[in-house]
Design a protein around this ligand. Sequence first.
Ligand code: SF4
Ligand code: SF4
Length: 280
Amino acid sequence: MFELATVKLSLPEDPRYLDMSYAEQGPLPEEMRNLDQLSEKDRKLALEFYQSLASDFRYNEYLRGCLNCGVCTSSCPAAKFYDFGPREMIQYMMRGEYDKIYEFTNEKVWACVQCYTCSMRCPFNNEIAGLIMLLREYAVKFGLESAKQILAPYRRILLTVLTTGNQVTPDMIQPETFADWGPQALEESKNMDVYRKAIPVDLMQRTDIGWHASLQTAVELMTIMIEAGVIESLKNIDKDLYDMIIDIYEERKQFLEEIKEKYQKGELNEEELPDSWLDL
Ligand code: SF4
Ligand code: SF4
């Protein structure tokens, strides 16, 4: 008879320390990283981009380590259709290869569909989809060309979401709104009325509801988005849209204040309040 010895492993609390190879290896030497393919301006921008990203507390929180197992990429639906893989991104991040992270952000990061399969399956609990969101957020902040191109067809949706809090309604599925959807949008839009009537849901019969919000709600919503820096981040991507949203905000805010003032002075009673008190 013998007793099995109980083996006690003492593992560090921070899982990143389980993977020392990256810490030991560090980034690949610069001469092995095609850095000379980037212009002087892009190299500088790539470094600034990375430093900003890495100083975001979420970056440190989301990136935990990597076994290089490939589970994330093998379960990624986007990887099946595009030259894109979350493992590639994590590997660049683990090694701090700022040029590759910059290149990945410019060329590949938009292929992800944010399904979160990778995050759920990663044995290291990397918040991979969150890191992708972070790269996109910084791409917008830095006004990268890829972010401009990707967001351009969604101007109308951005305008609606940022000014009313509502998202796309079926009315918006028109070829001129979604030029990038090609002939499919044209076909769909031809029969939109029929499609909508075939769906027995009140909301679908009255899609105009999606365009309305109470004046007060809209002003509060826009104030939150301005204070949180969401609208400011649009400035580098689409200055015209930014200006338009700020104009709408100023106009509504002033209108709301005028109505409130008149109401408080007793110059308006509830019946006399204009429709715009409730509807934009
Ligand atoms: S699943 Fe996690 S550990 Fe495996 S390659 Fe992807 S990021 Fe690395
Ligand atoms: S969240 Fe993005 S990267 Fe992750 S599995 Fe889904 S599509 Fe792939």
